[in-house]
Ligand binder design. Structure first.
Ligand SMILES: Nc1nc2c(ncn2[C@@H]2O[C@H](COP(=O)(O)OP(=O)(O)OP(=O)(O)O)[C@@H](O)[C@H]2O)c(=O)[nH]1
Ligand SMILES: [Mg+2]
Length: 783
């Protein structure tokens, strides 16, 4: 028989870190509470008979939100053979509150005093032996991060599971409370096993409905229990739940004061850093600067260096390592002579001759040919049919290649985000943002999903589970994917390339601005939605304790980066691969002169007859007011629904098939040309694609979390309309500023802006009969 061990503890105490260490898994570890929202199972690497379950972090076993229920149900009904209760040893008082409840469950428990490395660094002392005696269960000191104490812990837990003896804490409540509990245990009699009698008695004393329903007691017993509760409440002059909570904290206070000796050091480094970083005035500017740097570095500097290299070599003509200057000169001279010949009205034959004279980079130095020419040559010399060569080179290679070309930028971005997360800074961001959010009646809890969304929208939408209030949760689900996720990074990078062109120095702001566009879009949407009848109400209060700063563990950071980059690469090899084939077909098949079939690629403008062009032309009018009403950019936005990477894949295929690529082979320039070189149009395109409905995977997750088709459609509709409005304003106002004339659509953009401003700044409307002034008053009183 296998042994099942559960890891339980407060949020952010290191459960998942420990789980990964014990099972060799690579579950997501983040330095903020509420990372794990579903239970995960794994096998202990040193003993295949032992199954370990990672549970969502909880502060108590009186659950409110869905992920807390997961933990409670697993401990109570899953009956694991032993529970490892992780305790953040730097914060014993708060963590032991959950411990006292776990001890009541009648299971074998081992307490892991985690984060001992930090305790030692702070110079605190913990008497583990005394703690073990008081809690009535083994206590093992660990550091999940450093992998310390893990073998010992597992050995102890396996022993405890084999013995099966429940924890026997030496912590009693005040005599009158114990008396009341004893009476309830009597009433329960044989209906519950002695192990769990105390747990059920406490829950019944507290009057918890869930337990009352579960036990299904006869009315007579219930009224006896009610009488006991009322008598106690009278005696203690407090409600039963508060009495029990108070008793728990009293007991914990005694244990902690006996077992823990805090060193009398002054302020810790964490406190010193936080004074600056979470400062009322400095907090936001510091956040803005840091995120600016993150996106600037990954998109505009380090990232492009590698991406250019990848694009030149793998998907372009190739790399020339030596003799580049001479080669560039020769190419310049050749281009001039071609231009001169064209102007001079040279015949086609003469031009073809000139084309043959194009300098060969291999003649100038050490040259490594790129993947595209190599593959094309190989296919052609093997007599592969031209259409198949085109499918492979212009469809698959160009599509998948366009996406993979951004892997370097992705690595840099994810590395920086993982570093910020692991050191503890991101938790501060949530804290700082909460102050702003609350001003607008939004919940700071909404910010955690947003932080996760900068990686991927799917886990971000799942993370909304931690928001108990249904309105807040729906609102967060509807807006959180507006943050640019990893897959949207290539779109931003593409836009940056298209606008920057030769002049990267003056366009350094583009990538960061689109990150903040996402943040602002969420705040604006939040405020506007909050003032509608659907979402009116108070925001959930958000309490989050801040983890200590620590130097990130290289292993965790690299692992987190790799996990995200890996999924990006896997997607390129699967969804994007298939999409590229479909897109190629749609661009090469069509109706010409009444017949459907493979189009003749020798024909001028053949692509105009393709199915894709037909589809794009049919709906291009929607995007015309946003400045990109041609079929190419329209279909580019549509393919992005399948996966956002498809936006660049489609551009890549268009570049390699159509005329766009002929003017300038680099994808950025080709994309710029598609947009008619209009900067407002390019910006509007980017804004629309970042803010509109997310990819299918995220939509699926939204569907599951909303658990309603109506709400899912509403979310998609809201995002798309909002994105369209933002795109409209960017293009129309951009044109106006650039000296363009005023037209009907400029008028519409003005109306949209006025409508948004009205919704943003009007006072909170009343939906409950109370005046808004009255509500504000009530809020002030509550605060
Ligand atoms: N210094 C130190 N840091 C640790 C230790 N164990 C975990 N951490 C860090 O604590 C943070 C939280 O770790 P997680 O494993 O995600 O915590 P969790 O308990 O699974 O959190 P939830 O899933 O939110 O409940 C991460 O930044 C870890 O690197 C430890 O022993 N020492
Ligand atoms: Mg976790």
């Amino acid at each position: 028989m296998g042994i099942r061990i559960a890891l339980a503890g407060n949020p952010n105490c290191g459960k998942t870190t420990m789980f990964n260490d014990l099972t060799g898994a690579s579950q997501y570890v983040g330095n903020w509470p509420g990372v794990t929202v579903e239970k995960k199972e794994g096998t202990y690497t040193r003993d295949k008979d032992v199954t370990i379950t990672d549970l969502p972090g909880v502060y108590s076993l009186s659950p409110y939100s869905p992920e807390e229920i997961v933990t409670r149900d697993y401990l109570l009904d899953g009956r694991p053979d032993a529970v490892i209760n992780l305790v953040d040893a730097t914060n014993m008082e708060r963590n032991l509150y959950l411990t006292t409840q776990i001890l009541d469950l009648g299971l074998p428990v081992v307490v892991a005093l985690n984060m001992m490395d930090l305790v030692e660094k702070n110079g605190d002392k913990i008497d583990a032996a005394l703690l073990s005696k008081k809690l009535g269960c083994p206590v093992v000191e660990t550091s999940a991060l450093k992998g310390r104490g893990m073998d010992d812990l597992l050995k102890t837990a396996i022993d405890a599971a084999r013995k099966g003896a429940p924890a026997a804490p030496d912590m009693r409540f005040a005599p009158e409370v114990e008396e009341a509990l004893a009476k309830i245990i009597d009433v329960l009699g044989a209906r519950v096993t002695p192990n769990v009698a105390r747990w059920f008695a406490i829950k019944l004393l507290e009057g918890e409905q869930k337990t009352i329903d579960q036990l299904d007691l006869p009315a007579g017993d219930l009224s006896v229990i009610s009488a006991v509760r009322e008598a106690l409440e009278d005696r203690m002059d407090d409600d039963a739940e508060s009495v029990v909570t108070g008793e728990r904290y009293d007991a914990i206070g005694d244990v902690v004061s006996a077992a823990v000796k805090k060193s009398l050091k002054g302020t810790t480094t964490t406190q010193k850093i936080d004074r600056v970083v979470t400062n009322r005035w400095l907090g936001i500017p510091i956040f803005v600067v840091i995120m600016f740097l993150v996106y600037y570095i990954s998109v505009s500097t380090v990232g492009t260096l590698f991406t250019d290299w990848a694009n030149d070599g793998v998907f372009g003509d190739g790399w020339l390592y030596t003799g580049t200057e001479q080669y560039d000169e020769a190419v310049g001279a050749w281009e001039e002579s071609v231009a001169a010949a064209e102007e001079g009205g040279a015949s086609e034959g003469e031009l073809a001759l000139l084309a043959e004279e194009e300098p060969d980079p291999a003649a100038f130095g050490w040259y490594v040919p790129g993947l595209t020419p190599v593959v094309t040559d190989a296919l052609e010399s093997n007599g592969v049919a031209p259409w198949l060569t085109s499918l492979i080179v212009s469809g698959i290679l160009a599509g998948v290649g366009a996406v993979l070309g951004f892997v370097p930028q992705m690595i840099v971005l994810f590395l920086l985000l993982s570093l910020l997360e692991a050191c503890g800074y991101m938790a501060r961001v949530a804290f700082i943002m909460d102050r702003i959010f609350r001003k607008f009646g939004l919940s700071g809890k909404s910010f955690i999903p947003m932080l996760i969304a900068s990686g991927c929208g799917v886990p971000a939408v799942m993370a909304t589970k931690t928001i108990e209030n249904e309105k807040d949760r729906r609102m967060t689900i509807m807006t959180t994917t507006m943050i640019p996720c990893g897959a949207k990074l290539p779109i931003i990078a593409l836009v940056f390339g298209a606008i920057a062109g030769a002049d990267a120095a003056s366009t350094w702001w583009i990538a960061p601005v689109f990150y903040f566009l996402g943040v602002i879009a969420i705040i604006v949407s939040g405020i506007m939605l909050r003032k509608t009848k659907m979402f009116a109400g108070e925001a959930t209060p958000f309490i989050m304790e801040l983890p200590q700063y620590h130097v990130p563990a290289a292993k965790n950071v690299l692992l987190a980066t790799w996990e995200r980059v890996k999924s990006f690469i896997v997607k390129a090899g699967t969804i994007i691969f298939l999409s590229s084939i479909v897109i190629w077909f749609l661009m090469n098949f069509g109706f010409y002169e009444g017949a459907f079939g493979l189009l003749d690629t020798e024909m001028d403008d053949y692509i105009q007859y393709s199915l894709m062009a037909g589809l794009g032309n049919a709906i291009a009018w929607i995007f015309a007011p946003l400045g990109f009403g041609n079929w190419e950019s329209t279909v580019t936005s549509i393919t992005g629904l399948v996966a956002k990477e498809n936006v660049v894949a489609t551009v890549g295929i268009l570049t390699s098939l159509g005329e766009a690529g002929e003017a300038d082979p680099s994808m950025w320039m080709a994309f710029g040309a598609l947009m008619g070189g209009s900067v407002p149009a390019i910006l509007a395109f980017c804004a629309f694609n970042l803010l509109c409905a997310p990819c299918f995977a995220a939509i699926g997750t939204i569907r599951r979390q909303m658990a309603s088709a109506k709400w899912t459609w509403f979310a998609i509709g809201y995002m798309t309309v909002f994105a369209w409005c933002v795109g409209l304003m960017i293009y129309q106002f951009g044109m106006l500023l650039g000296g363009g004339g005023f037209n009907g659509w400029t008028g519409v953009a003005l109306v949209v802006l006025a409508g948004m401003l009205f919704q943003l700044f009007r006072p909170m409307p009343r939906y409950d009969g109370k005046s808004s002034a009255g509500r504000l008053e009530a809020e002030k009183n509550a605060a």
